[in-house]
Design a protein around this ligand. Structure first.
Ligand code: ADP
Length: 775
């Protein structure tokens, strides 16, 4: 019984009762038994949708009740706001909640006041780097989706962050929530935690494989699910669910497939809709069109009007929210999604169809992991709403039925393995560990690394040491760390790089590029790949002793006037060469096109360019150039639609690239400041940053700084002769109105934002008649 839980505020228990939660689910009861409400560390490895969040809530609230402070680490930013909204109910009984997102640099001082803080692992890592003092007050840390430690890109940050928090805070309670994995015991051992390892589910989950006209369940029963001529299996399954009043979630392997499936499935859903639902859906479609004017927006709205939608990471944030909410309240009947939705967003559905169980990984089609497929399947069935959940895989042949049963239905999920040894991860985290003072010596570094899951899983004698040493060598060679005997200290640049959250290799690339403008280094710095004994590839700048290469950033002896400002394209291409900007792939035909661009614009590119004979490097430069051209188009005011079409990306991808470029240019500006580079370099960086930030040419920069003036409005105003803030204040109102397409409210707001005294008065300033003439 929930009433029996010791140590949590009774008001919370009341809230649970109001939500209809009367009894703990068995894994939750096990967790309480194991001491999760008394400060005991715990790993809970239980299936999706089996109530892990409540285990975390019990732990955090009991910690706060004892006068402590809790941190909830989420894997995705989108989940941070969702969790915060969920936890805000605690404020009614006096437990305060804060969420820390965005801005990597601040130490989030205001969070010191909060009882519970929600943040992504990246954010927590940066708080640790910035030495946020309140971290020492933490008594309880929850790591959601801890199995993501296995993720090559994001796993190491979570792993290192947990290790650091435990080092700062020896008695810290760690509650790690995981999907069912093969080796939950290893994680528990690493964290000195109790283990709840269960496959209990709140609602029956029936798993099966569809082939031909029938669904074959794991218990050897079958159900007829007809598929009409010329139709796909998924259509038949969705219709079958609809005929029973249920909704379906269809997982596919790419964004494009998600969009195509939604389009087709809309036609299956439409005949089932009553007029009231149709009206609601039409309203929802309008809301979707309002969020953004890109093409995806229309595609999504069209599907939504028919009761179907697609969901993937390329969607605008507003779109994602609208789709999730409408699916949860059952207005939408089908969502076709890439697996991002399975990872944490609570959107259960009567039936889950795992349509694609293979995914393109850059080299070929690879089967998904059992863990991933189980997480998708786990979204089937809403307790209390559906009689049961059904998860279906699709077979193309009779033999496939058995293959799929063996591979996913009867199989155990994989083990979680640390990915910390991956090169960018080690580079970044070792620098951060030294810069933030976590380790001041080689010994200190090694003993910190010993605290990681990587160390506890590593069996090869001496490997950790070798990897650590080769990374330190790299950092020393690039001027980020100084080594004096056993002592390790970060240089000023090293500190800056760590605080800015840059991959040291990105920083080294940027520094080389900027210094090449300054002239003194000419093409003297070069990257060399070397293979170390640990099989760990490092890249180091060869040191030929030129003055700019010693990393202390003395300005080379060249007068500012001799130096050309770098162009935006040059800078965008430089950033796109760093591992922090995931560049666009070259598609067929791109190679020729961008080779041409390369020769046309070579003079603008920064640093020693490869020749066509250095195939891999040349290819990298071309894909970076493609990314740079996308950013340049954006900064040249090319339409969003044109860009997404030209580069074959979603609007969300475009946003992502623009945001990354903004961040990297901000970082570049800081690094440039540290190196004392000549004036024109810094000016060029600042300009390139502003232009990519607002997506405008230089002459519009002032206008877009007025609130409510975006790239399109700024261009219209400029075309009408209004070139700056001053003009917005003084020009005849009719000119502004005409420029903005006769929308008086908008025009007034904008004029007011520009500092106009009373925008409702028809301002006639004789001095501006020349401009008004344009009418
Ligand atoms: P997980 O994190 O394991 O994927 P959630 O914590 O999101 O799952 O829980 C899924 C749903 O189950 C939520 O809607 C939650 O309110 C509900 N739930 C959790 N615990 C209980 C319980 N003891 N009794 C009834 N419903 C519960």
């Amino acid at each position: 019984k929930t009433a029996d839980v010791p140590g949590v505020p009774s008001a919370f228990v009341d809230q649970l009762h109001e939500q209809g939660i009367e009894e703990l689910y068995p894994p939750q009861a096990e967790a309480v038994e194991a001491g999760v409400t008394e400060g005991q560390s715990l790993v809970a490895s239980v299936p999706t949708a089996s109530g892990k969040t409540l285990v975390a809530q019990l732990a955090m609230l009991s910690a706060v009740q004892r006068g402590g402070k809790a941190l909830y680490i989420v894997p995705l930013r989108a989940l941070a706001s969702e969790k915060k909204a969920e936890f805000e109910a605690f404020e009614s009984f006096g437990v305060s909640v804060g969420v820390s997102t965005g801005n990597y640099e601040s130490d989030g001082g205001w969070l010191a006041e909060k009882d519970i803080v929600v943040a992504t692992s990246e954010k927590v890592d940066s708080l640790v780097r910035n030495g946020a003092p309140w971290l020492e007050d933490l008594t309880c840390v929850v790591a959601d989706e801890v199995h993501l430690i296995d993720d090559r890109n994001r796993g190491p940050t979570l792993e290192v962050t947990l290790a650091k928090l435990r080092q700062v805070n020896p008695g810290l309670q760690v509650v790690a929530l995981s999907a069912t994995v093969g080796n939950a015991g290893d994680i528990a051992e690493w964290l000195d935690a109790e283990l709840v390892d269960s496959d209990w589910r709140p609602i029956e989950l029936r798993k099966g494989v569809h082939y031909g006209q029938a669904l074959h369940f794991e218990d050897d029963t079958t159900r007829e699910v007809p598929v009409r001529d010329g139709e796909k299996q998924t259509a038949g399954l969705v219709r079958d669910t609809l005929s029973e009043g249920g909704s379906s979630l269809v997982f596919v392997n790419s964004r494009r497939n998600a969009e195509a499936a939604a389009r087709r499935l809309g036609d299956v859903v439409e005949p089932f809709l009553d007029s009231e639902t149709k009206e609601t859906l039409a309203g929802l479609a309008d809301d979707i069109r309002d969020v953004s004017d890109a093409e995806t927006s229309d595609d999504l709205a069209d599907a939504v009007a028919k009761g179907a939608a697609f969901h993937h990471a390329g969607l605008a944030r507003g779109h994602r929210q609208l789709v999730e909410d409408a699916f949860r309240d059952r207005t939408l009947k089908v969502v076709s999604a890439t697996p991002t939705l399975a990872a944490g967003v609570n959107t259960p559905s009567r039936r889950v169809v795992v349509r694609d169980w293979r995914r393109y990984d850059g080299t070929g089609m690879q089967p998904l992991s059992v863990l991933e497929v189980h997480q998708m399947m786990g979204r089937a069935g809403r307790p209390g709403r559906d009689p049961y959940g059904e998860a279906v895989l699709l077979a193309n042949s009779h033999e496939d039925i058995e293959e799929l049963q063996d591979r996913y239905i009867d199989a155990e999920p994989e083990d979680v393995r640390s990915k910390l040894a991956a090169e960018p991860a080690m580079r970044t985290h070792v620098l951060a560990t030294i810069a933030s003072g976590f380790a001041r010596t080689r010994e200190g570094l090694l003993s910190f690394l010993e605290q990681t899951l990587y160390a506890s899983q590593s069996t090869e004698e001496g490997r950790l040491e070798r990897v650590a040493d080769s990374v330190v060598d790299y950092l020393v060679q690039n001027g980020f760390v100084e080594r004096d005997g056993d002592e390790l200290t970060a240089t000023n640049v090293g500190h800056t790089v760590s605080m800015l959250y840059l991959d040291p290799m990105s920083a080294a690339t940027i520094i080389d590029g900027l210094e090449s403008i300054a002239g003194a280094t000419e093409p003297t710095t070069e990257f060399e790949a070397e293979e170390t004994t640990a099989g760990f590839q490092t890249f180091s700048r060869s040191d030929d002793g030129t003055e700019a290469d010693d990393g202390d950033g003395e300005a080379p002896g060249v007068a500012d006037t001799d130096i050309d400002k770098p162009t935006p394209l040059g800078l965008y291409q430089l950033l796109s060469r760093t591992p922090d900007m995931y560049e666009l792939y070259l598609k067929s035909g791109d190679r020729e096109e961008f080779t041409e661009v390369f020769y046309e614009r070579e003079a603008e590119l920064l640093g020693p360019a490869p020749t066509e004979y250095e195939e891999d490097r040349f290819e990298d430069w071309l894909s970076a150039l493609k990314t740079a051209r996308l950013l340049e188009d954006w900064a040249d005011e090319v339409d969003e639609d044109r860009i997404t079409e030209r580069y074959d990306v979603g609007p969300g991808d475009l946003r992502g690239k623009v945001e990354t470029a903004e961040w990297l240019l901000g970082a570049t500006e800081r690094v440039a400041g540290e190196l004392d580079l000549p004036g024109p370099v810094t000016v060029g960086v600042r300009e390139a940053k502003k232009r990519v930030q607002d997506g405008v040419r230089e002459e519009l920069l002032e206008l877009v700084s007025v609130r409510e003036v975006g790239r399109k409005r700024a261009r219209r105003l400029h075309d009408a002769g209004i070139e700056d803030r001053e003009a917005l204040r003084t020009v005849d109102k009719s000119v502004v109105l005409a420029a903005l397409g006769d929308r008086p409210k908008t025009a007034e707001t904008i004029m007011q934002n520009a500092g106009r005294e009373d925008p409702s008065v028809e301002g006639v300033d004789p001095a501006n008649e020349v401009v008004a003439d344009g009418e």
